[in-house]
Design a protein around this ligand. Structure first.
Ligand code: DGY
Length: 318
């Protein structure tokens, strides 16, 4: 007897092409981004869909949620959920699954890659060698990373994974968070400003969204100081990017490593002209191993919700 596959609306392509194929095999998938007129498609067919798949990067706007009157569950590829319209989803009563836990190691590795690159000038050295340069003089003298004070803004799963790596670099770790983390062996500083004053290197692993927007501002950067480095593997919105470009340009901080930007995929043009900042295109979770683990959790969340009404990992709206 033929079984009917549940209908799934896929908001856009997944970061792992294999996952597009796996979704299409298990479900009757419609790819919204490939419809000639997505708004018209939603107006005409939106009422057919109870399930939707998206990514943390694509998000999900209220306009789409509002056009899906029967939406029950969204399975999102990624750990961030700041780009999914919380109010619209709560209004609709739709539940949301996401992919925490499986990307902590990769994102923490990337924080350290950016940290080491920024402090040791690796990308700048690469450009220098390719231009025919060799380090016989002052080029190549950068800042030691080991033994430094590492400030972590956002001591969740990813922040604590960064902290564990720091112990191998003999770093002193302190953190700031909305609240202290029970059982953390690290010093808690009650404000971001104090953390920036204390730290040699400030790593941002805090969630994005309205609550953290532009918390790393000109004042925090001034507190980090001319010897200080900033690393952001969280969300671009946490940092006032214009203030950061200005601080880097005028050496009010020493350098930065950024995987995320306020207006992706367009880093502020002023940043592109600077040599003391390392830029990456939001790829902290971008390894074969981690993307596969994220894809598996997207699939499990969806299948488990359909079968039992409970996903394996549900967004903790707060
Ligand atoms: C995440 O998982 O949230 C990554 O930052 C991708 O957006």
């Amino acid at each position: 007897m033929a079984t009917t596959r549940p209908r799934v609306l896929q908001y856009g392509k997944m970061p792992l092409p294999q996952l597009d194929a796996e979704l299409a095999q298990a479900y009757a998938v419609t790819l919204l981004s490939e419809q000639p007129d997505p708004d018209r498609f939603l107006a005409e067919h939106g009422a057919q869909f109870e399930y939707l798949v998206t990514t943390a990067a694509l998000g999900l706007p209220a306009r789409v949620v509002d056009a899906l009157p029967k939406l029950k569950f969204v399975s999102s590829f990624g750990v961030g959920f700041d780009a999914l319209d919380k109010d619209a989803l709560l209004r609709r009563g739709a539940r949301v699954g996401y992919t925490p836990g499986v990307l902590d190691d990769c994102v923490a590795d990337m924080a350290f890659a950016l940290l080491l690159d920024a402090t040791r000038g690796l990308s700048a050295s690469d450009r220098f060698v390719r231009r025919g340069g060799w380090s016989q003089g002052r080029f190549g003298i950068h800042t030691r990373a080991s033994g430094k004070r590492l400030g972590i803004f956002g001591m969740g799963r990813i922040g604590s994974t960064v902290a564990r790596r720091a112990s191998g670099f003999d770093m002193d770790v302190a953190y700031h968070n909305r609240r202290t983390v029970e059982g953390s062996p690290h010093q808690y500083l009650p404000s971001l400003l104090e953390l920036a004053r204390w730290a040699d290197i400030l790593v941002i692993t805090a969630a994005g969204g309205d609550g953290t927007r532009h918390l790393v501002n000109a004042e925090v950067l001034a507190a980090l100081g001319p010897q200080g480095f900033l690393v952001n593997v969280a969300r671009g919105s946490v940092v006032d990017e214009a203030a950061l470009a200005d601080a880097l340009q005028h050496q009010r901080i020493a350098g930065a490593g950024l995987d995320v930007f306020e207006d992706e995929p367009r880093p502020l043009p002023a940043l592109l002209a600077l040599d003391n900042v390392v830029l990456a295109p939001h790829i902290a979770s971008g390894t074969h191993e981690t993307r596969r683990a994220m894809a598996d959790l997207v699939l499990r969340n969806l299948a488990q919700f359909i079968a039992t009404g409970e996903p394996e990992a549900e967004v903790p709206w707060s």
